[in-house]
Design a protein around this ligand. Structure first.
Ligand SMILES: *[C@@H]1O[C@H](CO)[C@@H](O)[C@H](O)[C@H]1NC(C)=O
Length: 277
């Protein structure tokens, strides 16, 4: 009996430690090369990107990290919004083209030390569990989690979304839009009076827009990039869109949750899902 239990727990812990499917790859961008122009993203270029809908309304963005889990921001399931009210739109590009897949959320966990005041959120990270396993296709794939050794300073990072920001965009875009941003040094970011009191640099980082079109990433959505370690082929989630004073103002960079600082917590919340290698 004791022996059986020992073998059983060994099998269980092994299964948990190895929930990586070697037959699929994370962070592979879409191959559609059609040029759309402007900041509009090529359809399904970023197949990990999802929308969290509250009824007919775009509520937040998120990213697929396993076949069952979405990484998003803690504030997306706070302030009167319960995870059970959310529907996840997967594989969407054009909001009027209904060929995307929709799923219900059966669980939502935000970081146990998530806190918020009028200006900012600390530990602004959440994991949503979907009702059914996602079937990965060319248009629907997970993004990779970063390794702690990866340095994403000085490289252009991508943030994408349909335009739902914390500042309350009046209208959302029909097509997915993207912006390139770059990480700002924490000390530099703190120079602004508003950021000074509110920036907790071990859990947050600032990034400013490299173009004029700041603030196109949906709140809760991913900040992502390739990395030279993987020959610029795989994309990694560097941050989560958290807050910013006013995204239209160039002096106030956007603030993002640093994903690499939460890897053990993320892994713990996603044991029921399967990662791609
Ligand atoms: C692993 O990935 C492959 C390719 O996407 C898929 O066909 C297979 O069902 C996956 N296996 C598991 C256990 O998820």
């Amino acid at each position: 009996m004791i022996y059986t239990w020992f073998v059983l727990s060994l099998v269980i812990s092994w299964a948990h430690a190895s929930n990586v499917n070697q037959s699929c790859e994370c962070g592979i961008a879409g191959t559609n090369r059609r040029i759309v122009g402007g900041t509009t993203v090529q359809p399904h270029a970023y197949p990990w990107l999802v929308s969290l809908m509250l009824g007919p309304k775009l509520h937040c963005g998120g990213a697929i990290i396993t076949d069952l889990h979405i990484l998003s921001a803690g504030h997306c399931i706070t302030f009167g919004v319960h995870y059970r009210e959310l529907t996840v739109y997967i594989g969407m590009h054009d909001r009027l083209d209904t060929s995307y897949v929709t799923q219900h959320v059966v669980n939502g966990v935000k970081h146990p030390h998530f806190t918020s005041n009028a200006v900012r959120d600390i530990n602004d990270i959440a994991i949503l569990t979907l009702e059914n396993k996602i079937e990965f296709t060319e248009n629907v794939r997970p993004i990779c989690l970063p390794e702690p050794s990866m340095d994403f300073r000085k490289v252009p990072l991508t943030v994408a979304g349909w335009g739902k920001t914390r500042q309350g965009a009046l209208t959302s875009s029909r097509y997915l839009l993207e912006t390139k941003v770059q990480i700002v040094d924490g000390e530099k970011c703190k120079k602004s009076n508003i950021y000074k009191e509110n920036l907790v640099t071990d859990s947050m980082m600032c990034a400013y827009s490299l173009g004029k079109d700041a603030c196109q990433g949906d709140s809760g959505g991913p900040l992502f990039s390739t990395h030279k370690k993987s020959d610029n082929k795989k994309w990694y989630q560097v941050g989560i869109v958290s807050w910013g004073i006013d995204c239209a103002m160039p002096d106030y960079p956007g603030v993002y949750t640093i994903v690499a600082n939460y890897i053990p917590w993320i892994k713990k919340q996603t044991e029921t899902g399967t990662y791609c290698a």
